[in-house]
Design a protein around this ligand. Structure first.
Ligand code: PLP
Length: 376
């Protein structure tokens, strides 16, 4: 099958560095190198790093620091990749390639559409189960999932916390989904790149704790505010499978970058990791108050379920304009970039990223409201 255009990535790549108010960003205001490495002696060590190839599956210290995020894991359970996107890509490729008789993939929607697009392009039979709105909370349609799986199901793909809604699946959901996967013999891919960006008080539970045949993908691009390092990973309890996945990344990018590996190690040292996570949650809390004010001031025009985690939220607008047209006109007339809901199969919605500069967020939001006030 032909590769579908990855609409979300394309609109962002085209416009994010051109518009004045970029509200399409799905991360947190990025850290600077000197915030990660504040001391002169350490800076000198960084500057003296030789820019060779690092160990191709990630250096042992980096993998060790990543493994600390998963109970009982060691560096052998981790494959370092170029961003969370390569982690997802390698996982999907492996899952489909190594199972001739199982070509069904069941994906939680809405979703960041990478796994959706790539699985379809590789010829998978892609099915979806949706998050549903229940009492102003997004919950997974676990009953619906039960009816979609069979002995042909290779993989159930989750995004928890969810992009674009910011919804978090609770322990009960994870247990129920793990049981369904176990019954039909499927793997689970759990993209947890937003775990740690909570607006609620509890840390998002990880599928790592509930299922053995799980690939947890994640990385430093969101919660850790370091997308430019391009460090992602797959955590997998089965050493043989982890090695098999490594063989796939030999064919995609060979290795992460040396700077990514070295600075990634520093970012994930316990003290620095906690500092960054705290900074992320502070930014989210401060900026969400601006989002809430805007939603309150424009009641009737917008509705939004408060995200539980992640710097993105899904805003439904009550005006008669297609979301891709709305996105185009906001770029053209207001220099504001948002991600249109059509890209998530959700018309009449926009995804707003609220993890960056608060002043720009406030101004960008007011321009969106000004624009829509003139529409019917
Ligand atoms: C849920 C999710 N997974 C993975 C990625 C890709 O992350 P990276 O930039 O680390 O490749 C994104 C990027 O937006 C995402 O939202």
């Amino acid at each position: 099958m032909k590769l579908d255009e990855f609409h979300l990535e394309r609109i962002q790549s085209e416009w994010e560095n051109i518009v004045e108010y970029n509200l399409s960003e799905s991360g947190i205001e990025p850290l600077r190198i000197d915030e990660l490495v504040p001391h002169n002696a350490m800076q000198k060590t960084i500057l003296e790093t030789k820019l060779g190839y690092p160990q191709t599956n990630g250096s042992i210290p980096l993998r060790r620091n990543i493994s600390a995020l998963y109970a009982g894991a060691t560096e052998k359970d981790i494959l370092v990749t170029n961003g969370g996107s390569e982690a997802n890509m390698v996982s999907i490729w492996n899952m489909l390639h190594e199972a001739d008789d199982r070509k069904d993939i069941v994906i939680e929607l809405p979703n960041y559409m990478q796994i959706w697009g790539y699985s379809r392009a590789l010829g998978a039979n892609v099915k979806s189960f949706w998050l549903k709105k229940e009492d102003n909370v997004w919950v997974p349609d676990v009953e619906g999932l039960k009816h979609l799986v069979s002995k042909k199901t290779r993989l159930i793909a989750l995004c928890n916390p969810n992009n674009p809604t910011g919804a978090v699946m609770k322990e009960d959901h994870l247990k129920a989904i793990a049981d369904i996967a176990e019954d039909c013999g499927a793997w689970i891919l759990s993209d947890e790149i937003y775990s740690g960006a909570e607006l609620i008080d509890q840390r998002t539970p990880t599928m790592w704790d509930y299922y053995d045949n799980v690939l947890v993908t994640s990385g430093l691009s969101k919660v850790y505010a370091l997308p430019g390092l391009r460090i992602g990973w797959i955590a997998c309890k089965d050493e043989e499978k982890t090695d098999e996945l490594w063989a796939y990344s030999d064919y995609t990018s060979i290795a992460p970058s040396m700077m990514g590996d070295v600075l990634g190690q520093i970012a994930l040292e316990t003290e620095m990791r906690e500092f960054i996570e705290k900074r992320t949650r502070r930014i989210l809390k401060e900026n969400w108050s601006a989002m809430e004010n805007w939603l309150g001031e424009n009641e009737g025009m917008f509705s939004c379920i408060r995200p539980e985690a992640s710097p993105v939220c899904l805003v439904e607008y009550h005006r008669d304009i297609k979301s891709t047209d709305l996105a185009d006109r906001l770029i053209e007339e207001k220099s504001v970039l948002i991600a249109p809901g059509d890209h998530f199969l959700l018309p009449q919605n926009i995804r707003v990223g609220y993890g960056h500069d608060k002043k720009k967020l406030v101004k960008g939001l007011s321009l969106i409201a000004d624009f829509l006030k003139k529409e019917k």
